[in-house]
Design a binder for this molecule. Structure first.
Ligand code: F6R
Length: 616
């Protein structure tokens, strides 16, 4: 949430900051701003709206500001509504220092009161402005360096932050620090330094990066280079890593939207998530990242799966997989509820935390809680080097590549793929699966990328169906067994990008309430491939039909029974029941995409949302 970018070096800062903000806009897009330092003067431009509005405003005011040091920000509002004043950067009273911030300063109220008493005047409603005033106050009263003022101030704040501070009295330095919100420093050639809230704006300039740890402060000096300290004033050794991220992965590659590109990438991202792990020819599954912990799984009396949103839906599929294949009881928890519930956690519990971004604040806090009770924590994350993989004991990356569209698509199928591999690996080690089923599933899983390609070929038909239902106010999504989480995910996709109210339910639960909603206006999306619950779901379809609901069914190729009842059917290739979510979710992703485009919605940046939820 909120994008941070900073630059100090030998080049003009403004073009670097603007292109960085464009790359970061998926993190938050309600306002944007930049500040550039030149000849001891700071020029700040900020406004409500997208990065393009900021660029237009700057162009209208006389063009690119000059200077080789600067900071930029794209905001997702927490304290105070999106407007020009609340946009970052925020400045000290005398305008000598400016700061950008991601996170929440929880004790900002008491700090603001205290600083007001000392004569500070605040222009905005933000917690960020309080922090820069605090730094300024310390700097002036204690007569210390900018680094020291930042360090002392950060010892006084409670909450999460990633900040970059620029001071006109120290024009060769930027000070960057983080706790709970990510921050990465890119080290270019010729003393060029790039700072950002994730690596996406950095990769086009350098591959060498340092991910800051909590409570670390980077002093980035155009002459003296990069020095790492912590808030206890101890010097730290920076660990420089090489980014694996490729620039093409951050481009739309000819697609109209990132979301569509990412939907189409799924044959590839599923394959990449299985690469080196699934050996159908050798009859083997192995996840190197959890090899040392496999006996913990084997002996676990319980698995707890934690996640939020789409990752929580993947976790539900994981519950079916682990119980079905590995015969281990599973609880799937919203991380946000788990962390505040005083949950019972045993030392022999294995906790699987699922997160695309690896930065979700609630998931991170839930992990820390479970870890403090002695449980083993396993991560399934997509962003390499992000906070969650660093907080877990072990884990397996999903290798879906960067997901830029705010609505999660390829991350979901990659998460389900890794959960499937994990459940198979554990089941094999535990001896809870027969040889023949194990081998059959390996062969089926191996064939999934090809079958996803086949589902994607249905795009035109799905677009046609989307056109029929693009104006409905409500929709129901029903599924059973492995496809119940898919129904939830289908409903979430529709509501978040097209703003149509949608609910997902286990199909049999319909009779206990939602059936009252059904009339001739209500589209009901049934996820009804062949499998254990097929006959039951056919009965549920009949119940909707009898009440004149519109039926759109996802069925297995060649199926006739549902076809005779449904208004529309979308056929998908057959596979084992436990792998079905990898296929059934694809038409629902495409359907939501087309409905949203037809309704004129901003598919990649839906209102009120941000890609990585780093606040509670
Ligand atoms: C929905 C979506 C969100 C995320 C959720 C968790 O399309 O993207 O529901 O799934 O915010 O995010 P991660 O997986 O990054 O922890």
């Amino acid at each position: 949430m909120c994008g941070i970018v900073g630059y100090i070096g030998t080049k003009e800062a403004y073009p670097i900051l603007i292109s960085g903000l464009r790359r970061l806009e998926y993190r938050g897009y309600d306002s944007a701003g930049v500040a550039i330092l030149k000849d001891g003067e700071i020029t700040t431009h900020k406004c409500k709206g997208k990065v393009s509005s900021l660029e237009a405003m700057i162009a209208a005011q006389g063009g690119n500001p000059e200077g080789q040091v600067g900071i930029g920000h794209t905001r997702w509002a927490t304290h105070g509504p999106p407007n020009d004043v609340n946009a970052h950067p925020h400045a000290s009273d005398d305008g000598q220092m400016v700061m950008i911030h991601n996170g929440i300063i929880e004790n900002y109220g008491s700090l603001r009161q205290e600083l007001s008493k000392r004569g500070h005047v605040f222009k905005s409603d933000t917690d960020t402005e309080v922090l820069i005033h605090l730094i300024d106050d310390i700097r002036k009263n204690a007569d210390v360096t900018i680094f020291e003022a930042v360090r002392i101030a950060l010892n006084e704040v409670i909450g999460a932050y990633a900040i970059v501070v620029m001071d006109r009295n120290t024009p060769d330095q930027l000070i960057a620090a983080k706790k709970g919100s990510p921050l990465v420093v890119g080290i270019g050639k010729d003393k060029d330094y790039f700072i950002a809230s994730d690596a996406t704006p950095i990769v086009e300039h350098t591959k060498n990066v340092v991910y800051l740890d909590d409570e670390e402060i980077a002093i980035i000096d155009a002459r003296d280079g990069f020095k790492l300290m912590n808030i206890k004033n101890q010097e730290k050794t920076p660990y420089v890593q090489e980014l694996e991220l490729k620039l093409e992965a951050l481009e739309k590659g000819g697609f109209e939207h990132f979301m569509l590109k990412e939907i189409y990438e799924q044959p590839r991202s599923i394959l990449d998530s299985m690469r080196g792990r699934l050996r159908a020819d050798k009859g083997r599954v192995e996840l190197g990242g959890i090899r040392d912990y496999i006996q913990r799984f084997v002996h676990a009396k319980r698995i707890i799966i934690l996640g939020c949103g789409t990752s929580w839906h993947a976790g539900l599929v994981g519950e079916y997989l682990f119980e079905d294949l590995a015969r281990i009881p599973v609880e799937v928890e919203y991380a946000s509820e788990f962390r505040y519930r005083n949950p019972v956690i045993f030392e022999d519990d294995v906790v699987i935390a699922i997160s695309q971004s690896g930065e979700t604040a609630d998931t991170l806090a839930a992990i820390e809680l479970a870890k403090s009770k002695g449980a083993t924590i396993i991560g399934i994350c997509n962003v390499i080097g992000s906070s969650i993989p660093r907080a877990t004991h072990a884990g397996s990356y999903t290798h879906a590549g960067p997901e830029i569209g705010v609505a999660s698509t390829k991350a979901f199928t990659a998460q389900v793929t890794v959960l499937t591999l994990m459940a198979l690996y554990v089941a094999r080690e535990k001896g809870s699966i027969t040889e023949s089923r194990f081998h059959r599933l390996l062969i089926e899983l191996d064939a999934i990328p090809g079958k996803v390609e086949k589902v994607l070929e249905k795009n035109d038909q799905i677009k046609f169906i989307a056109d029929h239902y693009k104006s409905v106010p409500n929709a129901l999504y029903l599924g059973r067994g492995y496809n119940f989480p898919v129904a939830l995910e289908g409903a979430l996709k529709l509501k978040e990008i097209s703003y149509i109210h949608a609910e997902g339910y286990p199909a049999a639960e319909m009779k206990h309430g939602p059936i009252a909603l059904i009339d001739e206006e209500m589209p009901v999306f049934f996820v009804a491939p062949r499998g254990g619950a097929y006959e039951k779901i056919v009965s549920n379809i009949q119940e909707v039909k009898a009440r004149k609901g519109k039926i759109i069914a996802i069925v297995t190729e060649g199926e006739e029974q549902v076809r005779s009842m449904a208004d529309h059917v979308i056929e998908i290739p057959d596979t084992d029941e436990c792998l079905m979510p990898l296929l059934t979710v694809i038409p629902l992703q495409l359907l939501s995409y087309h409905v949203a485009v037809m309704r004129g919605c901003n598919v990649d940046q839906p209102r009120n949302l941000a890609k990585s939820v780093t606040v509670e």
